[in-house]
Design a protein around this ligand. Structure first.
Ligand SMILES: C[C@](O)(C(=O)O)[C@H](CC(=O)O)C(=O)O
Ligand SMILES: [Mg+2]
Length: 299
């Protein structure tokens, strides 16, 4: 009832241990706290907060327009509702290395378990699009080092994403990955790798845990959890999947109401009122306070 029973530091400790466990952590993207609750209910290991999905939810393209405050507020609202660890997309750190440092401290206060910074120049864009630009290695290293130095909870995970695949191939990815690991990154996010062979090459060259971004309509082959486990990947994210699925359903529903004049045809595909209340733990609230109106499951 109400919020997660675990403290932020308990969730962070669990996340760090999970990253070192060798077990694949599946982290679907939650574009709202309710989606995060559904992810937890289904038994996934963690929740990802996608910058692209968050921007889209605000009606914006993913080009670095969202602010630290907006991302932190959504992250806090999401993290507090689940016992699972939450990993947040911190884009380029919202500015200079000093901004990356502040981002870490704000994210610690938001109660999330970690965040990642990418080595793109601003305005950044989705790593699966053409035309990204990278900052030089020393600038990216300063970004990561500043984030690491600012961290107060040693279990807070700092991820380093490199978009170097499009700028020098796997060789450049590995070179940058090593520099970021040396700067203290806990987790490597090699963006937009093409296939299993490329993950294999990065895994062989880098010691720190690796994240695989299984985003749709991008440059990466969609690998299964079994394939990713075999490759020694530690975290898999499905960053925008839930948003895309929901928007697909919403678009079809709007067409159906527009065409038929009623939502009657849609009812069977809806999450039932009972299931929603069950997910929200409605009955716990009524047990706690009998003055809270209980629908008794009736509509
Ligand atoms: C992971 C990502 O950074 C995100 O914001 O979720 C995006 C995902 C996407 O746009 O499909 C990315 O740059 O890969
Ligand atoms: Mg992003």
């Amino acid at each position: 009832m109400l919020y997660s029973r675990l403290t932020a530091s308990q969730k962070r400790r669990a996340f760090r241990a999970a990253l070192n466990s060798g077990r694949l952590q599946r982290m679907p993207g939650a574009f709202s706290p309710l989606v995060a609750m559904a992810i937890a209910r289904r038994g996934f290991e963690g929740v990802y907060i996608s910058g692209g999905a968050l921007a889209a939810d605000l009606g914006l393209p993913d080009i670095g327009l969202t602010t630290l405050s907006e991302v932190a507020a959504r992250s806090a609202a999401t993290a507090r509702m689940v016992d699972l660890p939450t990993l947040v997309d911190a884009d380029t750190g919202f500015g200079e290395p000093l901004n990356a440092a502040r981002t870490v401290q704000v994210m610690e206060e938001a109660g999330v378990s970690g965040c990642h910074f990418e080595d793109q120049e601003n305005p950044k864009r989705c790593g699966h699009l053409d035309g990204t630009t990278l900052v030089p290695v020393p600038t990216a290293v300063r970004r990561i080092a500043a984030a690491v130095a600012a961290r107060r909870d040693p279990d807070f995970i700092i991820g380093a994403r490199t978009d170097a695949k499009a700028h020098g191939g796997i060789k450049a990815v590995v070179e940058r990955a090593k520099a970021y690991a040396d700067a203290g990154a806990d987790l490597l996010f090699p963006e937009a790798l093409a296939d299993a062979e490329e993950f294999e090459a990065v895994r062989a060259a880098v010691d720190i845990p690796i994240l695989a971004n299984m985003t749709e309509f991008g440059k990466s082959t969609l690998l299964t959890v079994d394939q990713l486990r075999d490759l020694g990947v530690n975290v898999v994210i499905y960053p925008v999947t839930m948003l895309r699925v929901a928007m697909g359903a919403i678009t079809r529903a709007l067409e159906s109401i527009d065409e038929t004049g009623t939502q009657a045809d849609l009812v069977d595909d809806m999450q039932h009122r009972h299931r929603l209340y069950e997910l929200l733990g409605y009955s716990d609230y009524t047990t706690f306070d009998t003055d809270v109106f209980d629908t008794g499951g009736r509509q």
